[in-house]
Design a protein around this ligand. Structure first.
Ligand SMILES: Nc1ncnc2c1ncn2[C@@H]1O[C@H](COP(=O)(O)OP(=O)(O)OP(=O)(O)O)[C@@H](O)[C@H]1O
Ligand SMILES: [Mg+2]
Length: 507
């Protein structure tokens, strides 16, 4: 079961950790769900630096073993435990597990600051390990946060090899994997913690007493669960394709040109992986539709990032949420990350008295940095229909590959949209005079055309007849398009977009 050892993010993390310890950073914060995996790493690190390893948890208090001396024992109480750390004689790595609940206590925070000052002149490093990163403002300048990477395919391969060995020895199940078929299985498990991956593999075996190539679907299901539980990202699936998007020829050409840009072949050719698109435009003209169609056209999984959730405060801090979301997206890569209604996340930025402004600006800043620096092939499709809240740095080169403006559909585009939508509602477009319908729908958005068709279907159904052109004419006549009621807004949007964006529609 040999697979190529990929450059391990874990090795990078261990090196970074080592560097920080050597450089005598007093206070490190490691964010991970995988305490066990980290325990081994920290034990090795302590040994290689010749330091004592001391750990603290609320249930066990301070424990350790001094190299020249006996066992170390200290208090469970968080503030007292910190005082005990200050009194340690030997250079140590001190690991505090799940300390985040106590960071709400001013006494503890103060004790940490003082300890951090003191440790700067010594050889002891305090390491906080927790799945939640929530750092009080007072400590922000003292703490360095490091993300523990999720297992790589190599790590997962080691795990799977162990599982296969146990299964074979116990003869409780058969393993039908070759070195070729194991790779997709490991790729599917990327993004899971070791513990989650173990459960996923176990489940795949338990279902039919064998581990076979088709178990990829079981693993992917598990991963969907995990992503759903995180509450920030949503796996979307749909039957959209570029063919279900009417018009927008420039945009579609751009996309078609990049259809195969995510494979190894494209890398070998020297192409950079596409970074992402910003789709700006009038409401109901197909921004969300296009985002879904891109994933389908490129056959990549589609993850929807809910900006509202990031800031909801229901799950974790906003900053931590954003980091987690981007990490999970990277673990699923290559993938399309759809950030719908980006402006929702930007509300508050630039707002002066708003106490949330600082948080939104920071979260947004980290999102921008990620956009610019990400190396994993995650194609970001961000959509927005308000320009007022878009900060200029978003539009700077290097963030997105391109910014497209999606305007109200032109006459020929409306004809296409009628054809697409009629077919979608099980009617033959050829039976209708699309040119006339399109004229009647001047200034309509795609969404309004769809709604008119639905309204027409309802009245036909109520009349007990099939859909006729008269129903459509009537429904179109009854609609007052948004373009009329919001004319000024749309004009302003167009004017703004003229110099800053590319038109999604062809001439
Ligand atoms: N160009 C189009 N081609 C085909 N259908 C379209 C098009 N534009 C809009 N529609 C129809 O209208 C629906 C709504 O469009 P969509 O959700 O993509 O709009 P949006 O631009 O994301 O609007 P909002 O700014 O309100 O989010 C689509 O699901 C689709 O049925
Ligand atoms: Mg939308």
């Amino acid at each position: 079961m040999a697979e190529k050892p990929s450059p391990s993010p874990l090795a990078g993390f261990v090196a970074e950790l080592d560097l920080h310890v050597r450089a005598r950073y007093p206070l490190l914060y490691l964010s991970t769900w995988e305490e066990q995996r980290l325990d081994e790493i920290l034990a090795r690190l302590a040994e290689s630096h010749g330091k004592d390893l001391v750990t603290w948890s609320i249930t066990r208090g301070l424990r350790g073993h001094a190299a020249h001396g006996g066992p170390i024992e200290g208090p469970k109480d968080p503030a007292q435990a910190l005082t005990a750390v200050a009194a340690l004689v030997n250079p140590s790595l001190v690991v505090f597990k799940d300390f985040h609940p106590y960071l709400g206590d001013p006494t503890v925070v103060r004790a940490l600051r003082e300890l951090s000052q003191q440790l700067k002149s010594g050889y002891t490093t305090l390491i906080l390990v927790s799945p939640v990163v929530n750092i009080p403002t007072e400590l922000e300048k003292d703490v360095v946060v490091l993300d523990v990477p999720l297992p790589s395919t190599h790590d997962l391969g080691v795990l799977l090899r162990d599982i296969v060995r146990v299964v074979r020895e116990g003869k409780r199940a058969t393993v039908e994997l070759t070195s070729d078929t194991v790779e997709p299985l490991l790729k599917a498990a990327l993004g899971l913690t070791l513990c989650e991956a173990e459960n996923a593999f176990a489940k795949a075996i338990a279902q039919d007493q064998k581990l076979a190539p088709d178990d990829v679907s079981v693993i992917l299901d598990e991963k969907r669960q995990v992503i759903r539980k995180s509450g920030l990202l949503e796996f979307c699936s749909g039957d959209e394709s570029l063919a279900t998007v009417g018009g927008l020829e420039n945009l579609k050409t751009w996309l078609r040109r990049r259809a195969n840009a995510f494979g190894d072949k494209a890398r070998a050719f020297g192409l950079p992986a596409p970074k992402g698109l910003l789709l700006l435009g009038v409401q109901g003209c197909g921004k969300s539709l296009t985002a879904k169609a891109i994933a389908a056209a490129w056959q990549l999984p589609l993850l929807r990032l809910d900006m509202g959730r990031i800031f909801s405060g229901l799950v974790g801090s906003s900053e931590e949420n954003m980091r987690r979301a981007t990490r999970v997206a990277e673990s699923v890569a290559p993938a399309v990350l759809w950030v719908d209604e980006l402006e929702k996340g930007l509300a508050g930025i630039g707002g002066s008295a708003d106490s949330d402004a600082g948080v939104s600006a920071r979260v947004f800043g980290s999102f921008l940095t990620w956009l610019q620096e990400k190396t994993a092939p995650v194609f970001v499709v961000a959509t927005a229909n308000k320009i007022d809240s878009l900060p200029p740095e978003l539009l700077r080169k290097g963030r997105f590959d391109e910014i497209f403006f999606i305007d109200l559909p032109s006459d020929s585009e409306r004809r296409q949209i009628f054809a697409i939508q009629l077919a979608r509602y099980k009617r033959e477009p050829q039976r209708f005079d699309l040119a006339t319908l399109s004229k009647l729908a001047a200034d309509f958005s795609g969404a309004e055309i769809e709604q008119a068709i639905v309204a027409a279907l309802f009245s036909a159904y109520a009349d007990g007849v099939d859909l006729a052109e008269s129903h459509l004419r009537e429904a179109l006549g009854e609609t007052l398009p948004l373009a009329v009621t919001m004319k000024e807004d749309i004009d302003r949007l167009r004017e703004w977009a003229r110099t800053r964006t590319r038109a999604a529609s062809g001439e």
